[in-house]
Design a protein around this ligand. Structure first.
Ligand code: AMP
Length: 213
């Protein structure tokens, strides 16, 4: 089964994708993670996208479609979870074509609905384990008191450079201008479903499980 988790920054896409990876053996394809990796390892492409990402704008369709193409060609377990991709109608069309090329299709698009005020609060409080990427939040899931990641025992934690109010405004605007039309696009294709992303992590997880069946 191939699914898209759709939602603005901070909606919980990454957290829910990790659950699906652990429980269903699916493969998470996060273009944000791929771009951050490219940036951290100093590749030419990474250098090119660094400023755009820091400002919260979208990198070009060609770059992200290329990244996804490579991953799809490499194949993946029990289906793909697209996290942070597609973000434009052009990317959505390209994803349909790429899946068709490998004899697959998109089964479900799940929108995580959250209100904007909650997003700002969530994002400015979030951090991740530097070793395994486990997501923490100062308000809802603080880093354990012993300073060790509950998933892997790692002791370094990082905050994203673009998790500040200034870039977040741009990221939200990009979402509403370029990504939200995908709701209608996938509704018409008959694959759209939505869940309330504001609840506790486990409640959101259960709602997603219901939609996926
Ligand atoms: P994310 O981790 O999904 O919030 O993405 C972080 C940043 O990477 C975004 O603000 C964009 O600059 C860039 N990015 C990630 N995915 C895409 C995409 N599908 N299209 C364009 N830019 C992207």
């Amino acid at each position: 089964m191939n699914i898209i988790l759709l939602g603005p920054p901070g909606a919980g896409k990454g957290t829910q994708a990790r659950f699906l990876v652990d429980e269903r053996g699916m493969v998470q394809l996060s273009t944000g993670d791929m771009l951050r990796e490219a940036k951290d390892s100093g590749t030419e492409m990474g250098k090119k996208v660094a400023d755009v990402m820091a400002r919260g704008e979208l990198v070009t369709d060609e770059i992200v479609i290329g990244l996804i193409r490579e991953k799809l060609e490499a194949g993946g377990g029990n289906g793909f979870i697209f996290d942070g991709f597609p973000r434009t109608l052009k990317q959505a069309d390209a994803l349909g074509d790429l899946l068709a090329e490998i004899g697959q299709k998109l089964d479900r698009v799940i929108e995580l609905r959250v209100d904007d005020a909650a997003l700002v609060a969530r994002i400015t409080a979030r951090s991740t384990c530097g070793t395994c990427g486990e997501v923490y939040n100062d308000l809802t899931k603080p880093i354990p008191a012993d300073g060790k990641c509950s998933n892997c025992g790692g002791t370094t934690f990082k905050r994203r450079a673009d998790d500040n109010e200034e870039s977040l405004k741009t990221r939200l605007l990009e979402y509403y201008k370029q990504t939200s039309p995908l709701v209608g696009y996938y509704y018409v294709k008959g694959v759209y479903g939505r869940v309330d992303g504001l609840g506790e992590m486990d409640a959101v997880k259960a709602e997603i499980a219901d939609v996926l069946g």
